[in-house]
Design a protein around this ligand. Sequence first.
Ligand code: NI
Length: 226
Amino acid sequence: MLLHIPEVFTREEVARIRQALEQAEWADGKITAGYQSAKAKHNLQLPEGHALAKEIGTAIVERLWANPLFMSAALPAKVFPPLINCYRSGDSFGFHIDNAVRQPRGSAERVRTDLSTTVFFSDPDDYDGGELEIQDTYGVQQVKLPAGDLVLYPGTSLHKVRPITRGARYAAFFWTQSLVREDAQRTLLFEMDAAIQALNRDVPEHPSLVRLTGTYHNLLRRWVEV
Ligand code: NI
């Protein structure tokens, strides 16, 4: 499942974040790439543990933990702290699949990368090219969202960032280990949760809602790994 969540950050927040990013000291993006993907990765990144990356990363995680759509779709167990990148004219990241397991620097805990998230901090008008291209179950999707929006997609997907031909593209990305490993199972739960919520709005007194909600939890119980 590929999911677009709009307006995670307001226009004012995005403007403040982008201003800080424009003044930051950047490093080569290959620092967090695996052996294979380092060959395809041409961009800039804030070093892991950079104060600004930590600040933005914390804000993202706090925001998403309070976002019902993200919680329902990702069913998060833990995250790899967000990384921040910048693509300038000429930069790109060729087709690759992200490493399956990540260990944050200085942490003993490892994160299985079930889901990948990109948060856009530049508007589509700020740059040409730079689409995030994701090979989905139903074909290739090109994603280029307004600043403040995010896209969530399965970590198993082949993906790339198309070459930038004008301007700069600032974004954050991170991985989530889900309580439910399989994308197909997460998708079923997400659809069912959305339907239950709609029924709760429209026919809150219907007796079948209790059974349906119970079935959601019994499915989750079958599939969850804690
Ligand atoms: Ni990637």
